[in-house]
Ligand binder design. Structure first.
Ligand code: KIV
Ligand code: ZN
Length: 504
C-alpha cells in the first residue's frame, strides 16, 4: 500500500456550490494559484459543463496553474465529458471526474433509471473519459446510502472500464466513522484488491459534523486520497476541511503514518483568501484556522503557555503560516509602506488592484487611527475582487432616518465622467441606498444574499460587506470593506451591479 496520501481540493467546485458564493473566473484563478502554493495534489477547478463561467474558469486554471493535477467534474453523459476535456486540454496533467448516483433514492426519484442502466452509463462514461486522458476518477454519488453489493459491482465495472481512482462520496453526510471504515475495507478488498494502479478515495460531507472523522477513518482501510475544501465550505453543512486533514496527518504521524506533500505554512493565507473572496466568514473557534485556534484566555492557560507553549498547544501557529510580527499602518503611511506591509504578508497585487487597494487604505486610515494585519488583508482582498474598469463609482452618499422618519439615501454616482444624484427610500438606510443605486443602473436586480462580517472589534470596527444579486438567470457578487455599514453596503452593491453590466 502506498504511503502517500493524495490531497484532492474541491474548494472551487463543491465548495463553490455553497449558497451565496458566486466567484468570478478571475477570483477562481487567484484561489487556484494559492492552492498550488499550498501544494494540493489535485485541484478540482469546476464542473465545466455546468455553465459558461465554470467552463472558462476550468480552462483558465488548466492553462495557467502549474503543479497540481487539474480536474473537472462531469456527469456520465457524453456531452459533459467532452466539455470537461475541452476545458482541461491545456493542463500539463488533467483528470476527468465522472460521477453517477447509485443509491435507490437517487436512481428512482432523481435519475429515473434502473440499476442496470446506471451501471451501463457509468461504464460508458468512464470509457469515454479514458479516450481523452488516462487519469479518470469515478464517483458513485450517495455511495453510503447505496446497496453495498451494487456499489461494489458498479465500482468494479468502472475500474474494468479504465477508472484509476474510485472515490466513495458520503454525499449526504450520513456515515459514522466505524461503519464507514467497514465499507471502505470492503471497497478496498473487492474493488482495488492488489491493483496498484487504482487509488481509493473518500469525499465526505459534514451534515452530522463527521466529515473529517469519517475521512481520516478511511485511511486505516486503505484510502489514499481525501477530498475536501478550504474552510470546509460546500453544499449544505459543507465538505471535509482540507486544512484539518493536513494538520491531523502532520500532527498525528504516529497514528496515520502517511506522507503528504502540502506546505502547511500556506494554510493561514489560503483560509483567509477563500474567506474573503467567497464572503464566508471563518467561525471563531474553527479548528486550525479560527481566530481562537491559538488564543489562550484563562489565566491558568496563559501562565502555562508562557512557561512552555506545548502545555496547551499541539500545533504551532507559525507552522500554518500565522505571523507573529505586528503590522500597524496609519494615515501617514505612504505607498511604499503600504506595499512593504503587503509584501510582508505575501500578498501580491497587480498594478490596478494595488491602486484600488491603496485608495481604500488611505480612505480607511483617515477615519481609523491604526490599520493592522486583519484590516490590511481585507483591504487587499477588495483590491483583488472589485471589478476593474468599473462602469459606475460612488462619489458621495448621505442618509437620513430615525424614529418616525422614512429612511432616505441620496447617492451621487459617477458614470462615464458624468455625476448624477439619485434619491432612494426603504425600510432602512441600506435598503434606501440600494433603491437609489438601482435607478442609476436601470436593470432588474434582485438581492439574494447580503452579509456584513466584522473584520475587527470595537466601535470603529471595519466590516466586510458581501452582496449577491440575481439579474435574469445569473448571479453576481460584490464586495467592499468599510467602517461605515451603509457606505460599505452601497459600494458592494455597486460592485455587483458593475459585474452584471460588464457581463452583458
Ligand atoms: O457529494 C458528492 O457526492 C459529490 C460528487 C459529485 C463527488 O460532490
Ligand atoms: Zn460533494
Amino acid at each position: 500500500m502506498s504511503d502517500k496520501l493524495i490531497i484532492f481540493d474541491t474548494t472551487l467546485r463543491d465548495g463553490e456550490q455553497a449558497p451565496g458564493i458566486a466567484l468570478t473566473p478571475d477570483e477562481k484563478l487567484v484561489i487556484a494559484h494559492q492552492l498550488a502554493r499550498l501544494r494540493v495534489d489535485v485541484l478540482e477547478a469546476g464542473f465545466a459543463a455546468s455553465s459558461s463561467g465554470d467552463f472558462r474558469a476550468v480552462s483558465q486554471i488548466a492553462a495557467e496553474v502549474k503543479g497540481p493535477v487539474i480536474a473537472s467534474l462531469a456527469r456520465a453523459h457524453p456531452d459533459d465529458i467532452d466539455q470537461a476535456w475541452d476545458a482541461l486540454r491545456h493542463a500539463a496533467r488533467a483528470r476527468i471526474h465522472v460521477f453517477m448516483s447509485t443509491s435507490p433514492i437517487h436512481m428512482e426519484r432523481m435519475l429515473r433509471m434502473t440499476p442496470s442502466e446506471v451501471l451501463k452509463a457509468s461504464v460508458e462514461g468512464v470509457r469515454r473519459a479514458r479516450r481523452y486522458t488516462d487519469d479518470v476518477e469515478f464517483s458513485p454519488q450517495d455511495a453510503t446510502r447505496s446497496d453495498h453489493q451494487f456499489l461494489v459491482d458498479v465500482c468494479r465495472a468502472a475500474v474494468e472500464a479504465g477508472a484509476t481512482t474510485i472515490n466513495i462520496p458520503d454525499t449526504v453526510g450520513y456515515a459514522t466513522p466505524a461503519e464507514f471504515t467497514e465499507l471502505m475495507k470492503r471497497i478496498y478488498a473487492e474493488v482495488r484488491g492488489d491493483r496498484s494502479d487504482v487509488t481509493i478515495s473518500v469525499h465526505c460531507h459534514d451534515d452530522l459534523g463527521l466529515a473529517v472523522a469519517n475521512s481520516l477513518s478511511a485511511i486505516s482501510a486503505g484510502a489514499r486520497q481525501i477530498e475536501g475544501a478550504v474552510n470546509g465550505i460546500g453544499e449544505r453543512a459543507g465538505n471535509t476541511s482540507i486544512e484539518e486533514i493536513i494538520m491531523a496527518i502532520k500532527t498525528r504521524q504516529d497514528i496515520f503514518g502517511v506522507e503528504i506533500g502540502a506546505d502547511t505554512t500556506q494554510i493561514f493565507d489560503t483560509s483567509r483568501l477563500v474567506s474573503q473572496l467567497t464572503g464566508y466568514p471563518v467561525q471563531f473557534n474553527k479548528a486550525v484556522v479560527g481566530r481562537n485556534a491559538f488564543a489562550h484566555e484563562s489565566g491558568i492557560h496563559q501562565h502555562g503557555v508562557l512557561r512552555d507553549r506545548e502545555t496547551y498547544e499541539i500545533m504551532n501557529a507559525e507552522s500554518i503560516g500565522q505571523r507573529g510580527a505586528q503590522i500597524i499602518l496609519g494615515k501617514h503611511s505612504g505607498r511604499a509602506g503600504f506595499a512593504d506591509a503587503l509584501a510582508n504578508l505575501d500578498l501580491s497585487l497587480e498594478e490596478d488592484e494595488f491602486n484600488l487597494a491603496f485608495e481604500k487604505f488611505k480612505a480607511m486610515a483617515d477615519r481609523k487611527l491604526e490599520i493592522g494585519e486583519r484590516e490590511l488583508r481585507a483591504i487587499a482582498a477588495t483590491g483583488l475582487s472589485q471589478s476593474s474598469g468599473a462602469e459606475v463609482t460612488i462619489a458621495g452618499i448621505s442618509v437620513s432616518g430615525g424614529h418616525d422618519t422614512t429612511p432616505t439615501a441620496v447617492v451621487t454616482l459617477e458614470k462615464g465622467g458624468v455625476t448624477s444624484e439619485y434619491t432612494g427610500y426603504g425600510d432602512g438606510m441600506v435598503h434606501a441606498a440600494f433603491s437609489a443605486i438601482k435607478q442609476c443602473f436601470g436593470i432588474e436586480a434582485r438581492l439574494v444574499d447580503y452579509r456584513v462580517v466584522p473584520v475587527t472589534s470595537g466601535a470603529d470596527a471595519m466590516a466586510e460587506v458581501n452582496v449577491v444579486v440575481r439579474v435574469v438567470d445569473n448571479t453576481y457578487s460584490g464586495k467592499a470593506v468599510s467602517t461605515d455599514v451603509v457606505e460599505g453596503s452601497a459600494e458592494a452593491f455597486v460592485d455587483a451591479l458593475n459585474r452584471a453590466v460588464g457581463a452583458k
